[in-house]
Design a protein around this ligand. Structure first.
Ligand code: GAP
Length: 427
């Protein structure tokens, strides 16, 4: 994990947040390469689950919603963790992580704890200038609620019929008691969520469909190794307050096997709570009014980035290489002039770089020797390195070196973009 955190910082994937002010515990900023990787993940998700399907549509809702939303969704009442407090130093810890006689991790004194108390995880703020109870609002702890609250508006504007889903990508906030493990658990994070609306009779079939979609996303789209992913059927009493069934998809992170994504059957809990007056869905044929049931597949963006980095990181043959699937890589290619002090090579390489940039994100490097430049690109997962040499000036061909096989082939510069596009299409 240390190697991954250090690479992430050194190469500009993820930096500690507010670092020049001594940082802010558990806050992280995505740097240039991390932003590209994260955007690639979000774009692939949107393409796969919204654009390529007829039964999906997307929204982008406000982060702060009317506090009544959280009353109706029962988050104010239930979205909490039991905490115990050390009677000596008054620091608080999650009850689930402690036993009666454990030594306090903060002050080192043994076994003097208060009884567990519920601590709400929603991040509070005040709207307007007065910090009064009347002005209390909450940053959303899940993106999901907007899909329920906007359900009728989406229905009216899109004329979707069951089964259909609403997708959203966006930030969520939780006042986590024990954040940590790099970007695994933070107080501000991003989710990609789908609320998929079905008839009650169809929930099991839909649950299974989304279960296999999630597997395919993890193994085919992200390229995570199957053996690193495990399903956990969350037992009664351990599920979120709204869920009738939950499967957690766990990943083998270097710090342990922990949750990556979740799949829940929320029944009609949320729509019933928000549309108390009348059911929000009318069957076009039978005219029957009813509450659709909900299957909710949910993906953490930051945990996706983390799992992808962990799975891709390798040290081999004296080099560090991120074996990212090419469509996830921050740069699809890098272009180098063989020698930086030969203006004709640099000019030709610049020309090829500019042309390629119209199609993909492409890096440029002219420093140091070619071997070092290859290593620098391997470390950030660039799948193909293009070198412009003296032969290029004669026959307009370039060398393309493959990150994984280390093989080099000679390609016509004019065919470079379609060559790379073809390779991206294969993977
Ligand atoms: N709407 C359902 C929901 O929010 P969740 O299991 O609480 O379910 C969904 O969260 C996903 O969001 C998790 O599987 C995880 O990937 C991500 N997530 C949750 N809390 C997080 C945190 N504190 N930091 C980073 N990611 C988090």
């Amino acid at each position: 994990m240390e190697d991954i955190v250090s690479l992430a910082k050194r190469r500009g994937f993820v930096y500690p947040g507010s670092e020049i002010y001594g940082g802010l515990a558990n806050s992280w900023d995505y740097g240039p390469l991390g932003t590209e990787l994260k955007n690639n993940i979000k774009q692939l998700w949107w393409k796969r689950f919204v654009h390529q399907r007829d039964d999906m549509t997307g929204i982008d809702a406000a982060l702060i919603m009317n506090p009544k939303v959280w009353e109706a969704s029962r988050h104010l009442e239930n979205f909490s963790d039991p905490l115990i407090e050390c009677k000596n130093c008054h620091d608080r810890f999650r009850f689930a992580h402690m036993s009666e006689d454990v030594v306090c991790p903060t002050c080192g004194k043994k076994g003097r704890w208060t009884n567990p108390k519920q601590f709400n995880l929603m991040l509070k703020t005040f709207l307007g200038s007065a910090e009064e109870q009347a002005n209390v609002a909450y940053f959303r702890p899940e993106t999901a609620q907007a899909m329920f609250v906007d359900f009728k508006q989406v229905l009216d504007t899109t004329r979707k019929k069951l089964p259909f889903g609403i997708a959203q990508i966006g930030k969520a906030f939780r006042n986590e008691i024990t954040p940590g493990n790099f970007i695994f658990r933070t107080r501000e994070f991003e989710q990609m969520e789908i609320e998929y609306f079905v008839r009650e009779a169809d929930w099991k079939e839909s649950f299974e469909e989304w279960r296999s979609q999630m597997w395919s996303w993890m193994t085919d789209t992200l390229g995570l190794k199957k053996e690193h992913i495990h399903e956990l059927e969350v037992p009664d009493g351990k599920r979120a307050h709204y869920s009738k069934r939950t499967i957690d998809f766990e990943y083998d992170y270097p710090f342990g096997t922990k949750e990556l994504y979740g799949l829940a059957y929320r029944g009609d809990f949320d729509l019933k709570n928000h549309f108390k007056e009348a059911p929000p869905y009318r069957d076009a044929e039978t005219n029957e009014l009813f509450y659709p049931h909900v299957i909710e597949p949910t993906w953490g963006v930051d945990r996706s980035v983390l799992a992808v980095l962990c799975d891709a990181y390798a040290e081999e043959e004296g080099r560090v290489v991120l074996k990212l699937r090419p469509h996830l890589a921050p740069y699809k290619a890098a272009v180098f002039p063989l020698l930086a002090n030969k203006p004709e090579l640099v000019a030709k390489a610049k020309e090829i770089h500019s042309a390629l940039k119209m199609h993909f994100a492409v890096a440029w490097d002219h420093r140091g020797n070619i071997g070092k430049r290859y290593f620098a690109q391997d470390e950030i997962g660039t799948p193909w390195c293009v070198t412009v040499d003296f032969q290029t000036l004669e026959d307009n061909t370039v060398t393309v070196r493959d990150r994984d096989t280390l093989k080099q082939e000679r390609i016509k510069a004019t065919e470079l973009a379609s060559h790379i596009a073809g390779k991206l299409g294969e993977v």
